[in-house]
Ligand binder design. Structure first.
Ligand code: GAP
Length: 448
């Protein structure tokens, strides 16, 4: 987290610049639901693409999957979610606010001091009915994690992908939890996206792979620009472990609300495949032709939140600095995450400038995500681009008409260079993939 960043500042920037809006705002909003605006949708998509690229495309041992959100209800019996995916809920007898009993420090209502009811277990899965009749037999759940879709497809994927273990299956998609206490903007919501990978390994090699994935996932956030001092790995104590886990470590980030979980890496053992084998009656064992043995694989699971990591990238990038006596707000996002890579800004709407500026824009937009903006003063336009994290701005001015050159401005160092339009694309590519104007090593790993 940058110094002085509050959640209020992030929420305000997100609304002001079109990253995140409250859901159904014109009707007064819907609690804990958020919509991604034009900038937010690009940022979150870039986060998911970066995850997919590093977890699937760049690896020979991981393949992808996209399962349906609603699944056979027995899946959730087998996984343990029907019986034990619950939080202890208490309600205030005076103001009727509801709280998670395990998060309360006192016996009284934190809002009004009133008496609380006894705790009861509240299942976090959303229920609905499939088909026209609302009866018990038609109950289905919205998945509370994407992982189970991967376990139930394990045999399908192994038998069709021509891959051997160790093998990972990755999935990005929506999950739903009827959280008792959602909040802190997009940190905890009832509808969110997960980026999960189940890595199936030979029993006995699980601890080694657990260490491998813990380190790998920590490094991923660093490669995308999160400062190391704001990241840490926290191992779960024995009494914190989920019923299926042999070990678990969280990647935590220093959010404005304090150190909190970004992602969990769990050693889920053979629990899930065994459960599904029992409940479905199918043999989910794997024959390992290398070791000549048949076994139920162990699973290492790195499970991240797309919304929560998007929030972490926003918080870490948010910077306020003094420039020429004024405060500049700038999102120092890694270029591969920035919603817009290059802004094309003609000095004015002058009819002589516009054709050249549009021509420059047409050339640049073929290679990069761009924005063309010719309204308001150039200062205000730079301010907007800084606040949405655009790494490079290209300015077309009256000299450009004479000398065929444009000015490129670097978001972080504020350095400007002037160069011929014919060299522009190569220069932008070089700058966006590491060759910074100044000393900004943050850009070193950029892939657009
Ligand atoms: N399959 C394992 C699993 O789902 P989890 O720790 O419950 O583990 C994994 O969730 C990640 O999903 C979390 O680290 C977080 O990033 C994200 N996540 C979980 N609940 C969330 C919520 N209510 N709102 C936003 N993100 C959430």
């Amino acid at each position: 987290m940058s110094d002085g960043v509050t959640m209020d500042k992030i929420v305000s920037l997100c609304k002001r610049r079109g990253f995140i809006f409250q859901s159904s705002e014109i009707y007064g909003g819907l609690a804990s639901c958020w919509d991604y605006g034009p900038m937010g949708v690009e940022l979150k998509r870039n986060v998911k693409n970066a995850w997919w690229r590093s977890m699937v495309e760049e690896r020979p041992d991981v393949v992808g999957l996209d399962c349906s959100i609603m699944m056979h209800p027995t899946v959730w019996k087998a996984s343990g979610h029907v019986d034990s995916f619950s939080d202890p809920l208490v309600e205030c007898k005076s103001c009727h606010q509801r709280w998670r009993a395990d998060q309360l420090e006192t016996q009284a209502c934190p809002a009004c001091g009133g008496d609380l009811t006894e705790a009861r277990n509240f299942n976090l899965m959303f229920k609905t009915f499939m088909g026209a009749v609302e009866e018990d037999a038609a109950v289905v759940y919205l998945r509370p994690e994407t992982a189970q879709g991967i376990f139930v497809n394990f045999q399908n994927v192994v038998s069709t992908s021509r891959k051997r273990l160790p093998l990972g299956i990755a999935q990005i998609g929506k999950s739903f939890r009827n959280e008792i206490t959602p909040g802190n903007f997009t940190f905890r919501t009832r509808e969110f996206e997960q980026m999960e990978m189940e890595f199936f390994v030979q029993p006995g090699s699980d601890e080694e792979w657990f260490d491998y994935w813990s380190k790998e996932r920590f490094e991923w956030y660093k490669r995308l620009g999160i400062r190391e001092q704001n990241l840490r790995l926290r191992e779960h104590a024995r009494d914190e472990l989920a019923h299926y886990a042999k070990a678990c470590v969280d990647v935590e980030y220093l959010f404005p609300i304090g150190w909190s979980e970004l992602e969990g890496i769990a050693n889920r053992t053979d629990f899930d495949l065994k459960q599904h084998a029992t409940w479905s009656g199918r043999d989910l064992s794997y024959f390992d032709s290398m070791s000549n043995e048949r076994y139920i694989p162990f699973v290492i699971e790195p499970s991240a939140g797309a919304d929560r990591s998007t929030l972490a990238f926003l918080v870490d990038a948010y910077t306020e600095e003094e420039v020429e006596g004024a405060t500049r707000v700038v999102l120092k996002l890694h270029p591969s995450l920035a919603p817009i890579k290059v802004a094309i800004l003609p000095l004015s709407k002058n009819e002589r400038l516009v054709p050249l500026a549009k021509d420059v824009h047409d050339r640049v937009r073929k290679r990069f995500v761009t924005e063309y903006d010719d309204t308001q003063s150039i200062g205000r336009r730079y301010r907007r681009q800084d606040e949405i994290g655009t790494p490079l701005c290209v300015t077309v001015d009256f000299d450009s008409l004479e000398d065929g050159q444009v000015t490129v401005r670097d978001r972080d160092s504020l350095a400007q260079i002037r160069l011929p339009i014919d060299n522009l694309l190569d220069t932008l590519s070089a700058k966006l993939s590491g060759e910074a104007f100044g000393t900004d090593s943050l850009w070193a790993d950029a892939r657009m």
